[in-house]
Design a protein around this ligand. Structure first.
Ligand code: MD3
Ligand code: FE
Length: 205
């Protein structure tokens, strides 16, 4: 059994269908300005199977030469990231329990066999702030462990409209997406899964 030192909170179907459709519309507008791109791993240059973009003052990016980092510009267009959709800022206010607004919204898109290996999110300066995740589209099999790579893990199905908040010591838990179950949602006409994560990056002073 995994021991959660918490708080890790799952809000199944926090967003109803109309809210999911509205959020999807907002995300499509972000992607029209800041297209999904294929990130590459530091040093190896191996492409990730997940495509990404961001909204907000800062965005998480990675490439072979400069590795994992936050930056204000899209790596391919050189333009600033579009603003975080107001719906997501409202969701943060309701669910995150953190006084400052998020600075980054990472948008992950999983098509086909895309997955994300077990990792920790530690490119932020502020680990006191939680990470808030929203899933849209096909169900993702999410695995979360402890703060050591070898800790036992627990799996959750992240369905369309689910909100997950990771705070406290779980903020540094290893986690990943084993796979996405095709045909489990009709929200996206093209199929696949979007995951949006809202994050603080800098330490508030
Ligand atoms: C647990 N994304 O973008 S979201 C990521 O579904 C990422 O795309 C996954 O892991 C996805 O870094 C999982 C749920 C999540 C997000 C952040 C976390 C779980 C987390 C941070 C710490 C611990
Ligand atoms: Fe992560």
């Amino acid at each position: 059994m995994r021991r959660s030192k918490g708080p890790l909170r799952h809000f199944p179907r926090a967003l109803n269908r109309p809210a999911q459709m509205a959020l999807l519309g907002a995300i499509r507008k972000v992607i029209a300005e800041a297209p999904l791109y294929t990130p590459t791993m530091p040093r190896s240059g191996k492409p990730m199977s997940v495509r990404m973009t961001n909204a907000g003052p800062l965005g998480w990016v990675t490439d072979k030469e400069r590795g994992y980092r936050y930056q204000a510009m899209h790596p391919e267009t050189g333009k600033p990231w579009p603003p975080i959709p107001p719906m997501l800022l409202d969701l943060w206010t309701e669910c995150a329990g953190y006084p400052q607004p998020p600075e980054a919204c990472l948008i992950n898109y999983y098509a086909g066999a895309a997955k994300m290996g077990l990792h920790q999110d530690r490119d932020e300066q502020d680990f006191d702030a939680p990470v808030l995740s929203v899933s849209l589209g096909d169900t993702g099999i999410f695995r979360v462990g402890g703060t050591a790579r070898k800790s036992p893990t627990q799996s959750y199905e992240l369905r369309s409209g689910d909100v997950f908040v990771l705070g406290g010591t779980d903020r540094l838990a290893y986690h990943g997406i084993d796979r996405v179950l095709p045909g489990t949602s009709d929200l996206l006409e093209e199929g696949g899964r979007f995951n949006l994560t809202l994050r603080r990056v800098t330490k508030p002073d």
